[in-house]
Design a protein around this ligand. Structure first.
Ligand code: GRF
Length: 217
């Protein structure tokens, strides 16, 4: 387990609205975590979240993936940018790019993602419509360490809620996002306090914390 004698350093990657990133930053400031959000980087220059971070005085960087000839070149440039901040962790918060194995390996056990389903169910896109289509009774979100497979990797925490017969894709999306806004800041706080560890069999433990949220409605 990492123990910090200094502020834990985070870089956050986004692609759009950035509401999870905002919740993490607001909670970090309000709860005075031993943490610094060093920079927010977006692969989409029109990202609303980037404007928000800039307005809060956080280093906000736009790196348009369309300016690069290959995924590898973009990821290497991204690595170089991120590493200028010497982060302890890199947080994917709605970062809509598939990352190369080289990128994932470079940040071994430092790369965290939030995915809007209860993994391993529904990796990929359109998770809420898939949940409706399959008729699942419980749905939610997952925070996990990232490995080279899409929406895979050791699970840190999950948040869930019952799916009602009246739910549709939009209502589920809104409700799950509400849980994401609670659970991602919690996990980042635990990271900053050195409470999260991962063992040789790739299982995660979190010291003294309940690792799921269940919202009954
Ligand atoms: C969230 O639902 C997240 O789980 C998914 O993309 C969405 C991003 O939303 N990966 P925001 O940009 O944080 O508002």
């Amino acid at each position: 387990m990492k123990t910090y004698h200094k502020n834990c350093r985070f870089v956050i990657l986004i692609s759009g609205r950035g509401s999870n990133m905002q919740k993490i930053i607001e909670s970090c400031i309000a709860e005075k975590w031993p943490a610094t959000i060093c920079a927010v980087i977006s692969n989409d220059p029109s990202s609303k979240g980037l404007e928000w971070a800039k307005s809060r005085g956080i280093d906000s960087i736009s790196l348009n993936h369309k300016d690069f000839h290959s995924r590898e070149l973009f990821d290497q440039f991204l690595i170089d940018k991120i590493d200028e901040y010497t982060p302890d962790y890199v947080l994917l918060a709605g970062f809509m790019r598939v990352l190369t194995k080289g990128f994932v390996d470079h940040y071994n056990d430092m790369l965290i993602n939030i995915h809007p389903s209860l993994l391993p169910s529904f990796p990929g896109l359109n998770t809420h419509s898939k949940a409706i289509e399959k008729g699942v009774l419980v749905h939610g979100c997952t925070i996990h360490f990232v490995n080279a497979n899409l929406d895979d990797g050791p699970i840190i925490a999950q948040g869930c809620l019952p799916v009602l017969s009246s739910d549709n894709e939009d209502s589920l999306s809104e409700k799950v996002l509400g849980i994401e806004h609670k659970i991602y800041p919690l996990v980042v706080k635990w990271l900053s306090m050195g409470k999260i560890s991962i063992d040789k069999s790739r299982k995660v433990s979190v010291e003294g914390e309940k690792r799921f949220i269940f919202v009954d409605r």
